[in-house]
Ligand binder design. Structure first.
Ligand code: ADP
Ligand code: MG
Length: 640
């Protein structure tokens, strides 16, 4: 084979190779340029894109600017104003430090850099075409820096091929700018896409206000502020601050989990793991909470140098980071938990600070049996805002049982005294009606059910129906049925059957909901599904893409009082499809945990549940019934 001699690569080629790492797509260019603007102390940053950012991408700021004499250096490789010694590298506090972004971009596109240094009389500009300096001279610019990139990858068609559609690239740019803007709610940002203004964010906001520009109010108003500091023995605090969602608000996509390390958006598995740990036992698999978490660490604790685009970071003390994030989230994550002693024994609720008292029981006898005592998540809807932990359990055991009997609407078609006729009889129970000790067994005589050799004994904790299976002898089993889960299953099957019926319960007084632009968009996407489910809706547009939703009719199974709650949840979940709609609807229609059932009601529910095709699991995948046989009970009582 013929060998070619070793040579030093020409500067342009070197930059193009470096660009392969830094400049992957328009969104990576945007990220680098916005970082430069932030490093320059900008208070406002305006971004304009055309053709998904490939044709043209402009970032203009009001930062400190670049002196005319340094413009050429700015587009030279390894030239930076942010580092000068190796020691600096381990104390990086600016976004940039490699001095690679501008030369890399300039090597694969047409770059025009215009800047007016804050102490200078006039602005200067410089133009580089695919690595070659083509023009330089005075220019007009009132303040700051304007970087315009055009025709990305036009000279390297192979790389152009890797880009996705214009719409996809634009979406990524939008996502990138959104993420960065959340780290700096003090800075004003705007994004214009193909001549259309996508967003305009005022400066001087706080995190919640900034998030409210992107997430619907149903999500943002409910976020809980978190803040926790870990003081390192060698000095140098690690802090995590931000906003986090309650478990009951979980959604089935992780797209509202945003992590930042020292102001940099990161996609970090370690932080993700810590978040999962914190919410463990509160979420189903496939469910994710919302959170925007900001870690701030001494620069020497974190290496942002791992990845050129700096999406990944490396922590010096991973364990400390995990513990810090977990503890910071513990109280939010625990908020919906039902902390009564029985559940406490059965489940590993050892995450929250208030739960230490139960810790000794975790390895206890019940541990081996519980295949799934209800996780208490559905109870969360009414327990929000109460204090977590043992304190609440104690309170609950003191409060008197409430005198409430709620008739059960078993199917959408089945009308009776139950439904809406008595003015929303099925309204959610009063908060204090939930979860109390109550009489252990409400029903006096056992009642035999028509299938499964089951006998109903009574209700416990206002939530579980107690049954005996296979009455006497060795074969008997103790069965607990979660009433909410069972009812959800019944309603879902009924609705599935009647799905196209489109029955609707007209409302005398229409409900009215003001919609955020993201909710209005969802409403339009889900329109047909909502109508099929029995909603009669009207949407009137309002400024900025928002709207007003009038609800003139609701599905017959859905208590009027819960229609708003259902719609808010449905419309705030961007990922929900039609199936989710039916599941959520059955959840909202179903009797809640903590509702006392009369014997007849419990029997009716159990019969309806036994008639369903999939009676083991509720639509969310939670178990509906758990049971213990003689051997399980022997283990619990340590007889064996
Ligand atoms: P780095 O950010 O790693 O230093 P860049 O190639 O991104 O490298 O930028 C090179 C230099 O150009 C920066 O160090 C900075 O001094 C200057 N610069 C770039 N963009 C701006 C801007 N928007 N405002 C002021 N100075 C800038
Ligand atoms: Mg930079």
């Amino acid at each position: 084979m013929q060998r070619r001699p070793i040579i030093l690569l020409p500067e342009t080629l070197r930059n193009q190779i470096a660009a392969g790492e830094v400049v992957e797509r328009p969104a990576s260019v945007l990220k680098e340029l916005v970082e430069n603007s932030l490093d320059a102390g900008a208070a406002r940053i305006d971004v304009t894109l055309e053709g998904g950012g490939v044709t043209r991408l402009v970032v203009q700021d009001d930062g400190a600017g670049i002196p005319a004499g340094e413009l050429e250096l700015a587009v030279t490789r390894h030239a930076t104003s942010k580092l000068s010694t190796a020691a600096d590298l381990f104390r990086v506090s600016s976004y940039g430090f490699r001095g690679e972004a501008l030369p890399s971009i300039a090597s694969v596109a047409h770059l025009t850099l215009t800047s007016r240094f804050h102490e200078a009389e006039e602005a200067h500009r410089l133009e580089v075409e695919f690595g070659t300096l083509v023009e330089q001279g005075p220019a007009a610019l009132a303040t700051g820096t304007r970087v315009e990139m055009r025709r990305l990858f036009a000279a390297t068609p192979a790389r152009l091929k890797f880009l996705k559609s214009e719409a996809t690239e634009a979406k990524r740019c939008q996502e990138t700018l959104m993420r960065m803007s959340l780290a700096r709610p003090d800075v004003a940002f705007s994004l214009t896409l193909g001549g259309r203004e996508v967003f305009r964010l005022p400066g001087g906001q706080d995190l919640r206000a900034r998030l409210a520009q992107f997430w619907p109010p149903a999500v943002t108003t409910d976020l809980v502020e978190i803040s926790r500091t870990h003081t390192h023995p060698d000095g140098g605090d690690m802090t995590v601050t931000g906003l986090a969602g309650r478990p009951s608000r979980a959604q089935n996509r992780p797209d509202r989990l945003l992590f930042y390390v020292n102001g940099r958006p990161v996609q970090d598995k370690l932080i993700m793991r810590a978040v999962r740990d914190a919410y463990k036992g509160r979420l189903l698999s496939g469910e994710y909470p919302q959170a925007a978490l900001f870690l701030s660490l001494p620069p020497e604790e974190v290496d942002v140098n791992v990845h050129p685009a700096k999406l990944e970071v490396r922590f010096r003390e991973e364990g400390a980071i995990i513990a810090l994030v977990r503890h910071a989230l513990a109280s939010v994550a625990a908020e919906d938990a039902v902390a009564d002693p029985v559940q406490g024994y059965g489940h590993g609720y050892g995450q929250g600070p208030g739960d230490e008292g139960l810790a000794s029981a975790h390895g206890g006898p019940y541990g081996g049996v519980s295949s799934g005592v209800s996780s208490g998540r559905q109870a969360g809807a009414w327990s929000q805002g109460e204090k977590p932990g043992l304190w609440r359990a104690a309170q609950e055991f003191r409060s008197p049982p409430a005198e409430r009997h709620v008739p059960l609407p078993l199917s959408p078609g089945q009308s009776g005294p139950s439904d809406h006729s008595n003015g929303g009889s099925f309204a959610p129970p009063l908060p204090d009606a939930g979860h109390r000790a109550g009489p252990l067994f409400a029903a006096s005589d056992p009642a035999t059910l028509s299938q499964g050799g089951l006998e109903y004994l009574g209700q416990i904790a206002g939530t579980y129906l107690v049954l005996r299976q296979g009455a006497g002898g060795d074969e008997g089993r103790l069965v607990l049925v979660d009433q909410h889960a069972a009812h959800e299953r019944v309603i879902l099957e009924n609705m599935r059957r009647a799905r196209t019926g489109g029955d609707s319960q007209p409302l005398a007084v229409p409900l009215e909901l003001a919609l955020h632009s993201s909710e209005a968009e969802r409403a339009q996407e889900m329109w047909q599904g909502l109508r099929d489910a029995g909603f009669q809706l009207e949407l009137s547009a309002e400024g900025k893409g928002g709207g007003r939703l009038f609800v003139r009719g609701v599905p017959p199974s859905l208590p009027t009082g819960r229609a708003t709650e259902f719609l808010r949840e449905m419309l705030s979940d961007r990922s929900a499809g039609l199936e989710t709609l039916w599941i959520l609807l059955s959840c909202k229609s179903a009797i809640k945990a903590g509702t006392e059932l009369a014997r007849d009601e419990a029997l009716a529910l159990l019969e309806a549940w036994l008639a369903t095709a999939d009676r083991d699991h509720c639509p969310h995948g939670r178990p509906i019934a758990v049971s213990w046989g003689a051997q399980d009970l022997e283990r619990i009582f340590k007889r064996k």
